[in-house]
Design a protein around this ligand. Sequence first.
Ligand code: HEM
Length: 496
Amino acid sequence: MIAEILVLVLIVVSVKYYANFRRHMSFAKDLHTVQPCYPIIGNIMKILWKNDEDRFHGLMEGFRHPSKLFKFWLAFIPLLTTNDPGMIQKILTHPQCMQKPYIYKLIESKFGLLVADDPIWKRQRKALNPTFNLKVLNGFIPVFDKHAQSLVNELFQKPIGKKVQFTEMVTRCTLGMVCATTIGLNIYEDANMDRIPHLFDKVWELVSARILNPFIHMKSIYRLTKNCKLEKALRQEHAKLIDEVFQDAKIQRAKREDANSDGYRKPNIFIDQLLDLHYKKIFNDIEVSDNVTTMIMAGSDTSGTELGIIAQLLAMYPHLQDKVYQEIRRVFPTNDELHFTLENLGQLQYMEKFIKEALRLFPIAPVILRQATSDVVLDGLRIPSGTILTVCIYNLHRRKDIWGPDAEEFNPENFTPERIKSRHPFAYLPFSGGNRNCIGYRYGMISMKIIVVHLLLNFKLKSDLTCHRELRVKFNTLLKLSVEPGLVLEHRNDQF
Ligand code: HEM
């Protein structure tokens, strides 16, 4: 009898839930639905049982349609999707669309800026914006320089003519930069910390697999899987390492000196600024540690992965590499004068175009999501509160109506001032747009430029690949190389 009652209750609840859901989605009945679409599993066949690369391309294909807004069903989860710059601008600048949907919570770090819920995020972002201002970034330049030099020294240790796994090495370098500027830690001096990139990578992998499988989004179901146990163990190890540096940073701060051993004024590192906010009671303990983790996570893998791609592009297009190199030589005529400033880095205009073009074809965050926190009207369509909005940056950056018939070609000239001016302001969004854009975009650009300068002043880059289409990518929450093609480094003999 009890079982029958339970089944009846279950049926009534399911029917009610389904009816509510239908009512909720009725606003979108006239919008295009990506095909093929099946009950319960939606469009999941685009990504199910595919290898990493096919899954990435299946997902991007699913998110591609000329309509301004269309529906992609991640199984039973409807994603209202767009690649249209006008619509994207409306979403990313709408005050009621600043929320990240629950899918981001799978990344955890709940109180970090990347994931935090709208009201918390607003307070945090306001407090954290000044921690990335130009004065602070200027103070970081010697740290970037030192780490880029260490990378070059490591590369010199590699046998000449043999392929190096560059992405891994450069990601360690960007992690070093972020750890130094975030928590004042030198990862090259602490063997334990060497595990951090590996831990991040494994966690990203598990999180991506979970994001793409809505059937294990629910914690109670995920808990039954092997991945959950593995993820938990990795996170515990990671949290322990972060806690060690956090405690250390507190001690260091107590006996802070004005100058460090290298003689330059100690930059105003992120944790000191966070601790200031903590003492002023603007951030609590968990917000401080989640934001430290967020910065390390968001700041190292992104630039490291992109630099791995940039190095490949420089290697496969030697004539463009030569242009970047010649420009470096004009700005830094002798090796002795390698003194970076925001001004001379700003003069590396061609390099900037090259990096921007790399970010166009290979945007690290190929897809970003938002959630409406109340009913919003976009282009006359009333979108109910709670709807998940998807912006596919990867497809936006390859639209032929924006980038021309050669949209798929690699061409840094896409970023001449005239062409930039002629495009919609939301046609190019490697760092997202609106108030919830990347807080570290200038940090990322400056550090990437310094690494490229050091790299090209010392080496000619060579690769087996001859075209960017040969780069194989996958979706690992971020866009990542699925196969590291390896880079051959030839020492430069130019004497200056
Ligand atoms: C090549 C370098 C980078 C790229 C392409 C990049 C891209 C992005 C994108 C697209 C977003 C928006 C994500 C979303 O809305 O879901 C974002 C957010 C963010 N990025 Fe970056 N990023 C880079 C480097 C960095 C660096 C160096 C840092 C910090 C040191 C950083 C910290 C953050 C943070 C904290 C957020 C969340 C901002 C918020 O929600 O207010 N990023 N990034």
